[in-house]
Design a binder for this molecule. Structure first.
Ligand code: SF4
Length: 102
C-alpha cells in the first residue's frame, strides 16, 4: 500500500466510523416531552407527573414499560414506541395512547 493509498484508506475509515456513530446516536435519540407529537398525547417521561385533571383515567401504575406498544424490555429504562418513530420513550413514561400489555 502506497502512502497515498494508506491516507485515503484512513480517511475512509474515519468517515465510516463517524457515520456509524451518527446513526447510533440517532437510533438512541430520546423523545422530548415538549415535542409537538409528545404534547398532543400528554406524554411525560415520569408517569407520576401526568396531568391528572387532563387525564382523569390515568393511573400511576400505567407506564410505557407495561404498555403494549413499548418495544423495549420491561426492565429497559428507554425503549422504542411506534407512535414516535425512531425516538425512544422512558420505561417509566406514559401517554394517553397507553394500552395495558396483555
Ligand atoms: Fe408509552 Fe405506550 Fe404511550 Fe408509547 S403508546 S408512549 S409505550 S404509553
Amino acid at each position: 500500500m502506497t502512502q497515498s493509498n494508506r491516507r485515503v484508506f484512513m480517511m475512509q475509515l474515519a468517515a465510516g466510523s463517524a457515520l456509524l456513530a451518527a446513526s447510533a446516536a440517532q437510533a438512541q435519540a430520546k423523545l422530548d416531552e415538549d415535542d409537538a407529537q409528545a404534547t398532543a398525547v400528554g406524554y411525560k417521561h415520569d408517569t407520576t407527573k401526568v396531568d391528572a385533571k387532563k387525564f382523569p383515567k390515568h393511573d400511576k401504575a400505567q407506564k410505557c414499560s407495561n404498555c403494549q406498544l413499548y418495544q423495549g424490555k420491561v426492565t429497559d429504562a428507554w425503549g422504542g414506541c411506534p407512535l414516535f418513530g425512531a425516538k425512544q420513550v422512558a420505561g417509566n413514561g406514559w401517554c394517553s395512547a397507553y394500552a395495558k400489555k396483555a
